[in-house]
Write a protein that binds this ligand. Structure first.
Ligand code: BG6
Ligand code: MG
Length: 215
């Protein structure tokens, strides 16, 4: 295929924030006396803040008022922000900078499609914000992954139609979003789990542009 843009997820693809989200959700679930395992967390990767809270609550058939939901989301986010306080350029996953440099040389646009409202701040901390041609995140969309909205917004912002876009994701919900957007999906992580992706790499530094061009 001719690749005109690659649209990256953030958490778990470009840096290890997926782990901090997990820790913060697990602590909140613990406070609510709701069991929450790493396996549960796989379902929540790529899902936005409110969707994640509601998923945890539904495990025990609980629903809460809007005010209570807001308070709990704030609590989780404050914990998450504390966990990532120390984050900086050293936390960019190996291979990302060289990949971005290669994409620039080939004139392939670089987009971000994140379910996180903290995405802008995190890419600033990682020192890569200026390299994105367009950033789409949870602040600008209504529907969370697996809805394709955030990927479609990124493609639109980049001025590239979905058929020329590749999406890169570590989440089951994210791979579904890319597929529903009509783009080609590349997984980062577990092959079995991300079985709807065309290619799955164990980490982003294994991503090979020639493989993608051969799709
Ligand atoms: C996604 C993560 O990128 O963002 C989820 O995969 C996280 O784990 C979600 O819950 C929402 O993030 P935030 O920063 O808006 O609370
Ligand atoms: Mg992710």
């Amino acid at each position: 295929m001719q690749i005109r843009a690659i649209i990256f997820d953030l958490d778990g693809v470009l840096t290890d924030t997926a782990h901090y989200h997990f820790q913060a959700w697990q602590a909140l679930a613990h406070d609510l006396s709701i069991p929450f395992t790493e396996q549960d967390n796989e379902q929540l990767k790529g899902v936005d803040r409110l969707g994640s809270l509601r998923w945890i609550l539904q495990k025990v058939g609980r629903t809460l008022s809007e005010a209570e939901e807001t308070r709990l989301m704030q609590q989780k986010n404050e914990h998450y922000l504390k966990l990532i306080e120390h984050m900086g350029t050293k936390d960019l996953f190996p291979g990302v900078q060289s990949l971005f440099t290669e994409l620039k040389q080939l004139n392939i646009k670089i987009g971000l499609a994140s379910a996180s409202k903290n995405a802008g701040m995190v890419v600033e901390r990682l020192g890569i914000a200026a390299q994105f041609d367009f950033i789409a995140d949870a602040n600008y969309v209504k529907n969370s992954k697996p809805d394709p909205e955030v990927f479609l917004l990124a493609a639109k912002g980049l001025g590239v139609t979905p058929e020329y876009c590749i999406g890169v994701e570590d989440a089951v919900a994210g791979i579904e979003a890319i597929n529903r957007a009509g783009m080609r999906a590349i997984g980062i992580g577990d092959k079995e789990l991300l079985s709807d992706a065309l290619i799955v790499y164990p980490s982003i530094d294994a991503l090979n542009l020639a493989d993608l061009q051969a799709l």
